[in-house]
Design a protein. Structure first.
Length: 381
């Protein structure tokens, strides 16, 4: 039998790193939906909102030898969706840290090097970036920022990683795609995701008899990217010739202002939206961790500490809400290049927020919207 034809019809197998994170979980769900063989890689096994199981390897990507031992046997991997990310405990300060840059670069090498040594039909890798590639955390950026506007005037591992996969691809015969989503949100707890932090903040405010006021700073207009949408782009990029060796901005396709979506968020969470209440979400949640324990017991939520639920999402919320800042981030990115390349799906941002929060409620990670809903949930379980 012709081996070339065999390789063309062989199942595609994707290795998804950062599998327990916000984008890792979304990528696993979307590749499974598309019929791919999937292997997830992270330190802890991902819990999928769909309840499906997935082949899984527990690997700390910072450990070169353990990564080599885990990945060299994967001779049939054809694609990698690289969503792994190392963040420092102090989130925003870590974005310019040389140590963080070095760690993230090493983690990527520890995946790619054993894969290219052993996977004989390796074809493509997607790497995740973001608007920090334009320097949004440091200075004004072009409005809208286009892929060609990437600023290399500041240290950032995004630049290093894209250069690395480009060089390795040219050497070993695979292509890459760099994905640049804006403010990613979804239903995954314990990740860099503002929504579990918003849900916990809302539940504590309700428990204390306090209104759900917006805790941020100045009004500003922004964009977001639903994690599932980014997962869909990853599946598309893995198969599309138009995505080979290109970078793409990703957004839902609309814009939003926090105060305008706040009433819808409040409705989903079953809380009373009140007047603005500027405060640090990080500090508020830390101060009221004992209240969260009472909420878990009251509604029979799954045993999960407040920190395990919100991850670094509380710090990210303070940044995303522009708490204590003179103005919000001026970050708008053009997605014209992505549309012209053939990916045209869009998502309503408020619907995205509410759907993800409802998923967290349905999975008994956030308190239900009402006592009646709580009773129904108790009977069903």
């Amino acid at each position: 039998m012709n081996t070339t034809n065999q390789s063309k019809i062989a199942p595609q197998k994707v290795l998804i790193t950062g599998a327990s994170g916000l984008l890792g979980v979304a990528a696993i769900e979307r590749f499974l939906d598309a019929g791919w063989d999937v292997v997830g890689v992270s330190r802890r096994k991902p819990e999928l909102p769909s309840g499906r199981d997935v082949d899984f390897l527990s690997v700390d990507l910072r450990d070169r030898e353990k990564a080599r031992a885990a990945f060299e046997p994967l001779t049939d991997v054809t694609h990698v969706a690289y969503t792994a990310l190392h963040e420092k405990p102090e989130l925003v300060a870590g974005w310019s840290s040389k140590d963080q840059i070095d760690t993230n670069n090493a983690m990527l090498r520890n995946v790619v090097e054993p894969i290219v040594r052993s996977a004989t039909n390796f074809q493509h890798i997607s790497v995740l970036q973001g608007t920090k590639v334009y320097g949004v955390h440091l200075h004004p950026i072009p409005i809208p920022a286009r892929e060609r506007d990437a600023r290399k005037d500041h240290p950032n591992f995004f630049f290093d990683q894209e250069a690395y996969v480009g060089e390795m691809g040219a050497k070993h015969g695979f292509s890459y795609t760099a994905l640049r989503p804006q403010l990613v949100t979804g239903p995954t707890p314990g990740a860099l995701n503002v929504l579990p932090a918003i849900g916990a903040y809302a539940a504590i405010r309700r428990e204390k008899g306090e209104p759900f006021g917006f805790p941020g700073g100045p009004s500003f207009v922004w964009e977001a990217a639903d994690a599932d949408l980014v997962g869909d782009v990853a599946v598309w990029a893995a198969q599309s010739p138009q995505a080979a060796n290109e970078a793409f901005n990703i957004t839902n396709g609309d814009v939003f202002e926090w105060r305008n979506v706040w009433p819808g968020i409040a409705e989903t969470l079953g809380v009373e939206a009140g007047p603005d209440t500027p405060m640090s979400v990080t500090a508020y949640l830390a101060e009221h961790a004992d209240v969260w324990g009472k909420i878990v017991a009251k509604y029979g939520l799954r045993s999960r500490s407040l920190r395990d639920l919100v991850g670094q999402g509380d710090q990210h919320a303070d940044f995303a809400f522009a708490y204590g800042a003179p103005a919000g981030p001026r970050a708008f990115v053009s997605t014209v290049k992505l549309r012209q390349a053939g990916f045209v799906t869009v998502v309503d941002t408020e619907v995205s927020f509410r759907k993800a929060l409802q998923s967290l409620i349905d999975n008994k990670l956030l308190a239900p919207a009402s006592k009646q809903a709580a009773a129904r949930l108790s009977v069903a379980s």
